[in-house]
Design a protein around this ligand. Sequence first.
Ligand SMILES: O=CC(=O)O
Length: 362
Amino acid sequence: MKETSGPHSRAGLLPGRPTEIVLLFLQAMGDQDLPGVLVSGLEGPHGICEDHIGDLQKHFTLVTLQEFLENNTRFGPKVQAVYIWGGKPAVTRELLQSLPSLKIIASAGAGLDHLDLKLIASCGVKVANTPQAVSSPTADMGMALLLAAARRVVEGHRLAIAPDTENFSTNWMGQEVTGATLGIIGMGSIGYKIAQRAKAFEMKILYHNRKRRKLEEEEAVGATYCESLDDLLRRSDFVLLAVSLTPQTQRLIGKRELNLMKPTAILVNVGRGLLVDQDALVQALQTGVIKGAALDVTHPEPLPRDHPLLKLENVTLTPHAGSATHQARRQMMENLVASILASLHGLPIPNEVRLNWDNSVA
Ligand SMILES: O=CC(=O)O
């Protein structure tokens, strides 16, 4: 496809270009008067696939964010939807004010902590996300991290490939997962899928959640509800965070909570870095308050290269990759477009995020 310049180019999406957010303006094929969709996507590790861009171009014409910002008085009134990829762009009051025709913000992933839902709702704008697309791969990642930390897979890999074989040992111990107790904090769709997987590993499952699950759902995975978080922390061999980040859950796991955990316990986080007081975690890992941690998420991301978490042997890290499968990313993209199209056609919006009276997610 040839590259053009100007507002309808796809310049920001082409490989080798600097990381850039793109905006797309929705265009019914053959329609000269463009109703707009502002789409952001990041190149590089979060990149929208090239073939998806091709699909989008059947509906949309593309313009880079820079072009939008340089000419937002021209484009702003036409934008009817924002497509958020990789948590960007920030939906500020200023951005909302510059988009008077905005109907929907469609955000990739399950987490909504990057959006001010109350502010967006007050502008009469709907929000949709893609929870189904990410729940299975993120649950897989949770189990992968749990197993990797329990069986010291990363350390083992390093030992197995070390140039000198002096330390090679078959007497090198991990922790047994079968029969161990897993405490899941946050029993939404990701937490529940983790419980389904853990059941197959014959783990005992405890969970803590804002709302208790239905009895039949608990029974299906053999999960026991712990109303008290402290109780779950005291009893678990593995504590797994799969809860949304909200003002109420920020730094849910701090020094006090880490001290309640068993010294043999491993903390796994596939939620958000800010769920944990990271300084307290570093200290707990350095002083043996807990045995280890396996984290797909940190704060910030990526961590500064001299951060202590990068230096600890008892830490396993992945780069916020819970949804990083080809299938999930493709489904996320398709879901976003489906939500946008439904909204623009006045149809029920798949994956619409609804708010409770107290502005919590329903
Ligand atoms: O971080 C990933 C998500 O929010 O789904």
